[in-house]
Design a binder for this molecule. Structure first.
Ligand SMILES: C[S@@+](CC[C@H](N)C(=O)[O-])C[C@H]1O[C@@H](n2cnc3c(N)ncnc32)[C@H](O)[C@@H]1O
Length: 284
């Protein structure tokens, strides 16, 4: 347990993540089943839905995962080594304030091996980079330029402390694994929320670089098959995805498709930020 004070504020995502669900949380909440066994979130990202649910019920049993190993390491480090992490972030904050530009690019180029240094680098870059967007190139290297923030909250100790405390629950498991692994441990009555990298609605709207491996149409087909199998087992399954033809066509008539309005702030083209519809798809 961390020596930091335990706060009673609601936990929030500790990273701004592309496709983050904070703006859609009210819509999503309406479709969360009233009762379920274990909560599964196999495309965890910034965990907007997980933290929302834990804010309402911190004793909830859950198994959450993501394929991005740097991100999963961040969750585990916040849970287990908060004090060291906060000291490292304070150090980043001090150095950044002396010379934001050169410090940012120096850290962006660095490749720390130490666990604390790795995670504090990810959180520091997430707080200070352009649009708070996690994006890596084909070599897996973070390649976002410096953002324009006058006073970024690099340490954010209050939320990290709340998140650390809540993640220490023995009922929460966090793993780095492919989404399909959910099939091995989800059982009848469990609830699975899938929020994969979205299917592009047009060729130019492609945004799938969370890891250095793209989420392809084949992956989406596989995801739909996994979902059908979960359905057969008696799991409640909810999906988020783009309002694309591919997505609508792949789900059979057994699934309910609900259109919701999205107002995405992570999109480099501000014209594309407004008025888009997204889909929620569920089997209950
Ligand atoms: C749309 S984001 C999830 C956003 C999240 N709901 C939030 O509120 O921040 C999709 C996530 O899926 C992860 N991912 C991509 N391919 C995956 C795979 N094959 N299995 C598991 N996770 C994957 C990415 O690393 C990314 O974090």
């Amino acid at each position: 347990m961390s020596q930091h004070q335990i706060l009673s504020t609601e936990p929030k995502p500790f990273v701004k993540w592309a496709g983050g669900k904070r703006q859609l949380i009210t819509e999503i909440d309406r479709h969360i089943p009233k009762e379920f066994g274990t909560y599964f979130e196999p495309f965890l990202g910034g965990g907007a839905v997980l933290f929302h649910l834990l804010g309402k019920n911190s004793g909830m049993k859950c198994k959450v995962s993501d394929l991005n190993s740097d991100l999963v390491l961040a969750y585990v480090t916040i849970r287990d080594k908060l004090d060291d992490l906060i000291s490292s972030l304070e150090n980043h904050s001090k150095n950044y304030n002396k010379n934001p530009d050169s410090y940012y690019y120096g850290i962006r180029e660095s490749e720390p091996k130490d666990q604390i240094d790795k995670v504090s680098r990810l959180l520091f870059l997430n707080r200070t980079c352009f649009n708070g967007l996690y994006r890596v190139n084909s070599k897996g290297k973070f390649n976002v330029p410096l953002g324009r923030y006058s006073n970024p909250n690099i340490v954010n100790e209050e939320n990290l402390t709340t998140v650390s405390h809540i993640l220490q629950s023995k009922k929460i498991q966090i793993n780095c694994r492919d989404f399909s692994a959910v099939l091995t441990d989800a059982k009848k009555g469990d609830f699975v929320y899938f929020d994969p990298p979205y299917q592009p609605v047009s060729d130019t709207a492609n945004f799938t670089s969370y890891t250095n491996r793209d989420f392809t149409y084949k992956d989406l087909e596989n995801l739909v098959q996994v979902s059908e199998k979960l359905s057969d087992k008696g799991c409640k399954v909810l999906h988020s995805n783009s309002n694309s033809k591919d997505v609508r066509e792949l789900f059979s008539k057994d699934w309910k498709v609900i259109e919701v309005s999205a107002n995405r702030s992570i999109n480099s083209d501000s014209a594309k930020r407004t008025g888009q519809k997204e889909l929620l798809i569920k089997n209950y």
